[in-house]
Design a protein around this ligand. Structure first.
Ligand code: AVJ
Length: 329
């Protein structure tokens, strides 16, 4: 018998309404003068797997640096979180980070796994429940970058939002402040936010982390077009597009783009006829920003978003930071 894990599918890639909304969003992004596709479209099932592979690359330091900070500062983290809390894991993916925390003894009484890719999450969550039957577990399929509407049966007391991996970097700083404020508003005084943030560092390290020798990040970026072809019935030729990633120091962010190798035309069906977008050779589609922060800069962002009692842990090289903060009174 499969273990008891409740699944709420608030967001469903394939519900007709959401599919229509996503198609509109994709079409609008592609028709802008500077074409763009939102990073959430990376995470179809293959994209989620490719991201898991990225986290194992030698050049991609964030995941293992964050894991090292967790193991080194476990007692302090355990103390900050206390006991009897509900861990709400935003973008849980394979639930691996939460699982490692639980096995290391930082254990909530309830675990709420939230991800846009619910199919990818389901099996991992059931496996985790098998390993740790004492924790109440729930899966929520939700596009929390759109709105953080959690199911009513999640108690509002003692919530701890868990947002590791520097996923916050996908938001621009003003968007991040708005998003974090939304989290603060869903916390009570005994809860908090545990968040991982990638730090500003030498640009050669950053460039390599997003343009690895094996080409996994390139595959992850280009897989976006497969997903868009499926979702929008578009006709992107995957081989026509090249992965471009670089650190933009002026804006403190990694930018990822897909660059047309030659003049290209992409089209997709509309209510009447087809929409067409032409690209010149070398023209780019902007697919991701990954903002980097200084420790003080991120603490200030947290404070501006309504957080206080901010604690921070970093590794020996200062490459990555883990913050815990409570809602300001
Ligand atoms: C999942 C947004 C944290 O920005 O490092 C990794 C995504 N993109 N390699 C990041 C990503 C290319 C990742 N985040």
């Amino acid at each position: 018998m499969p273990p008891q894990v409740r699944l709420h599918q608030i967001f469903d890639w394939d519900s007709p309404q959401q599919n229509a909304r996503l198609r509109r969003e994709l079409a609008a992004g592609l028709l802008q003068t500077q074409a763009s596709i939102a990073p959430k479209f990376f995470y179809d099932k293959l994209g989620s797997r490719l991201f898991e592979a990225i986290t194992e690359l030698p050049e991609y330091y964030p995941t293992r640096t964050e894991a090292a900070i967790f193991s080194e500062h476990l007692p302090a983290i355990r103390q900050a979180l206390g006991q009897g809390f509900t861990l709400i894991d935003l973008g849980c993916g394979s639930c691996g980070k939460a699982g490692r925390l639980f096995h290391a003894g930082v254990m909530p009484s309830r675990y709420v796994a939230v991800d846009i890719s619910v199919d990818f999450m389901r099996d991992s969550l059931q496996q985790l429940k098998r390993e740790l039957p004492g924790i109440e577990m729930m899966g929520v399929g939700l596009d929390f970058t759109h709105e953080l509407a959690l199911p009513d049966d999640i108690p509002s007391q003692r919530r701890v939002f868990f947002y590791p991996g520097s996923s916050i970097g996908n938001f621009s700083p003003p968007e991040a402040a708005r998003f974090l404020r939304g989290l603060a508003e869903q916390l009570d005084a005994s809860g908090g936010l545990l968040i991982g943030v990638d730090l500003i560092k030498d640009s050669a390290l950053l460039d390599a982390a997003y343009d690895d020798a094996l080409g996994v990040t390139a595959a992850f970026n280009r897989n976006l077009l497969r997903h868009v072809n499926a979702r929008l019935d578009a006709d992107f030729g995957i081989g026509d597009w090249q992965h471009v990633a670089f650190y933009n120091a002026a804006d403190a962010r990694i930018e990822m783009h897909l660059e047309a190798r030659r003049p290209l035309t992409v089209s997709w069906p509309e209510t009447a006829g087809r929409s067409v977008r032409r690209f010149a050779a070398g023209e780019r589609i902007h697919t991701e920003n990954s903002y980097k922060y200084s420790p003080d800069g991120f603490a200030a962002l947290l404070a501006s978003a309504g957080f206080a009692e901010i604690e921070m842990w970093t590794g020996p090289r200062g490459w990555f930071a883990l913050f815990f903060a409570r809602r300001a009174e």
